[in-house]
Design a protein around this ligand. Sequence first.
Ligand code: URA
Length: 273
Amino acid sequence: MPDLRELLHFYAEAGVDSPLEDVPVDRFAVEPARAPVQAPPARTAPQPERSRPEPQAAAAPALNKTSVPDDTKIALARQLASSATTLEQLREQLASFDGCNLKFTAKNLVFADGNPNAPIMFVGEAPGREEDLEGVPFIGRSGQLLDRMLAAIGLDRTGVYIANTIPWRPPGNRTPTPLETEICRPFFERQIELANPKLLVALGGPAAKALTHAPEGILRLRGNWKTHGTAAGIDIPVMPTLHPAYLLRNAAQKRFAWRDFIAVKMQLRTLTQ
Ligand code: URA
């Protein structure tokens, strides 16, 4: 009999840290329970394999989408995103979009927080566990650090807009795949276009790469102004900086993020005066 604590520990390490359903599914019990009441004994009339009930069908609608080519998903994302003329419409289009597999393991769509009219927009990578549960970006430990960093330069969530490149939590907080990023790209690019900030701050390497296409890692990129070009041809300055989750693990690096935030504050002052 395996030690249950060890098993739970193994699950947590593997990223299995939140249930997908409110009640556990007994995989051994489901199939017999769904068998027709008058079904003849299996030995006399075996069920053909393909006609067996599919106990997982409702829980895994993503499986129905796997036959859709990736290009089609990206094209649909582009079409939906470009048809949105307000952030609220964009949120609705995203909520109706089934082309990203992450939607089917996430609990909530995590669209944005803060003030969409703010002159500055912070973009992270993807929601974590707390964000997924609440549907709000950056509310876990790294979000609390972000709030403190904002306060250090005289800002709070009423004066900034916050979103992610990926609006659904990847299972176990794994890194989103390049394909997932490309499928979500039309949405986050349109979100930036509609929010129309004067400045962008990319939190962490994946967000910096997604916004600027720069090939360097974040430790080289950070602190150097880059640009994000919108579909309408506007170049928005981007400050790549270290992700708060990284800073929680590497406190000595906070001084670099501090420098980046000071540069952001000065640039913001120049652009809004
Ligand atoms: N990390 C991110 O990149 N985004 C969030 O919303 C939370 C943690």
